[in-house]
Ligand binder design. Sequence first.
Ligand code: G
Ligand code: G
Ligand code: MN
Ligand code: NA
Length: 254
Amino acid sequence: VHLEHELRGAWDRGELSLVYQPVYRLGDGAMVGAEALLRWRHPEQGLVAPSVFIDVAEQSGLIETLGPQVLRAACQDAVRWQHVRPAASEPLFVSVNVSPRQLRSGDLPNVVAACLHDTGLAAHNLHLELTETAVIGDEIHASNLLARLRSTGVKVWLDDFGTGFSGLSHLRRVPVDGVKIDRSFIADVLRDPDDLALTTAIIAMAHSLGITVVAEGVEKEGQYAVLRERGCDLAQGYWLGHPVGADEFMTLLG
Ligand code: G
Ligand code: G
Ligand code: MN
Ligand code: NA
């Protein structure tokens, strides 16, 4: 109850901020975008883990105001990135996490359209990350929403892919542009033949469906090398780059 109360005004008090973790293309090593991750610096408790406060925001319904604020800030930052990039370079995407409740609210396509309109970010430079659990249950509703979003040019990614119970069957019914292989698979990809086999199978299956694959949690050069060899498209992780504040991220682009 305390946290909920304190979280309520946290955005306006400037306690919440976004950090950005760069995402790279394995083929040529180019940075192609970044994932926005929310941070809460509580005045007494210091950094509160997102796993804690996102959950509070979900349960309390606060996410319905916080989610659009995050989306708008991420789009604004992404527009600034394009301005500091050399003229000929390809635009960077920004990837924003969307919680199950935000998806269920049904208002998401309108919120997204308003953010793109007001900030001037091109739709294809916005990626939305949904967890598998967000689309479980009401797959018809979810797939209609996702189809509406994708028809505007926004890209939809399934986050934490492989951890859900029936990841493969979802891809038949829920239209997405990409999957992010959960970092628990990547962690042991060099040691555990099963994890390597699963990762390789996810890449092959996604590609056969025309879906892009991102590997999360790349912490070692060897993981990067094996993912590249297996044809994974994109990667992020501490070996490639930690999440950094908006200003520091800008300095990576010059
Ligand atoms: O940095 P990391 O500890 O930031 O994030 C932990 C979890 O919190 C991840 O599962 C991530 O998807 C989630 N998360 C981080 N930022 C956001 C956000 O802005 N919105 C939502 N819904 N989830 C977020
Ligand atoms: O669930 P989601 O994918 O949105 O989670 C992103 C989380 O993963 C963030 O907490 C982020 O800080 C964390 N993260 C990013 N790169 C790495 C990594 O290489 N290793 C580990 N262990 N966590 C990472
Ligand atoms: Mn994510
Ligand atoms: Na993930």
